[in-house]
Design a protein around this ligand. Structure first.
Ligand SMILES: [Zn+2]
Length: 246
């Protein structure tokens, strides 16, 4: 793209890595139950979401991203596995920290969980579906991918223990192609929200075209013709390729 001004070139993209204290719980000595004494009401507000690191880097630049974030991850892992013991007001208190990675966009999740980039056949960051499978079955997604499994799959990808071909190996690890370096908390991201909404509306429009409310049991042929009518309009008026909406 066009350059403005002089000086060294900097990436035109930036990544902000920030954290929010979501909740604080206390458990008294000898008690089973925790009592939550604080819950952040506005976790996305810039007042509560504190930047830890703001860097000029393209998130798809794996080397720079891991280079900059790795000290943060190492610190976080160390905090996860240890307890801080402090004397507060004369009482020894033990502190534990729980981390939850969330709020990353799809591209970032792919990058930090070691998945192939967005154009991948393995279209989803939450489950193992392929693009082709997803276009056939757009109904429900359940979350089946996990950070642990991505790590195991990376080991398989790296070592190829069954001496498979590149294609077979890729199929086995479902598009894991780099070492996952940060655990994300699997939640619905914008992509899945869009797929879900699109699917729902796609069904509703078909039923409306066929005036389903007047019919008890439409045949498959009827349903097919409603879908064809909708697809035709989507193609013609909205310039969409219906099967490619994924
Ligand atoms: Zn999925």
């Amino acid at each position: 793209s066009e350059k403005h001004g002089g000086g060294p070139a900097v990436p035109e993209k930036a990544v902000r890595f920030s954290f929010t204290v979501m909740s604080v719980s206390v458990r008294a000595d000898g008690e089973e139950e925790e009592v939550t004494i604080f819950t952040e009401p506005k976790p996305n507000s810039e007042l509560s979401c504190k930047p830890l690191c703001l860097m000029f880097v393209d998130e798809s630049d794996h080397e720079t991203l891991t280079g900059v974030l790795w000290p943060l991850i190492a610190e976080r892992n160390a905090m996860k596995d240890s307890r801080l013991i402090l004397s507060v007001g004369g009482l020894p208190c033990s502190f534990r920290f729980h981390f939850r990675g969330t709020g990353y966009d799809e591209k970032m999740v792919r990058e930090i969980e070691g998945l192939e980039a967005s154009g991948s056949t393995y279209v989803c960051t939450l489950c193992d579906t392929t693009r082709a499978e997803a276009s056939q079955n757009m109904v429900l997604h359940s979350i089946t991918r996990s950070h642990e499994e991505n790590l195991q799959r990376y080991e398989i990808w790296r070592t190829n223990p069954f001496s498979e071909s590149a294609d077979e190996l890729r199929e086995r690890v479902r598009g894991v192609s780099a070492k996952p370096f940060m655990e994300t908390h699997p939640t619905l991201d914008a992509l899945h929200c869009d797929i879900g909404n699109a699917t729902e509306f796609y069904k509703i429009f078909q039923d409306e075209i066929g005036e389903l409310y007047q019919k008890a049991n439409p045949t498959r042929e009827e349903r097919r013709s409603w879908r064809a009518a909708l697809d035709k309009q989507l193609r013609k008026k909205m310039k969409l390729k219906p099967v490619m909406r994924m």
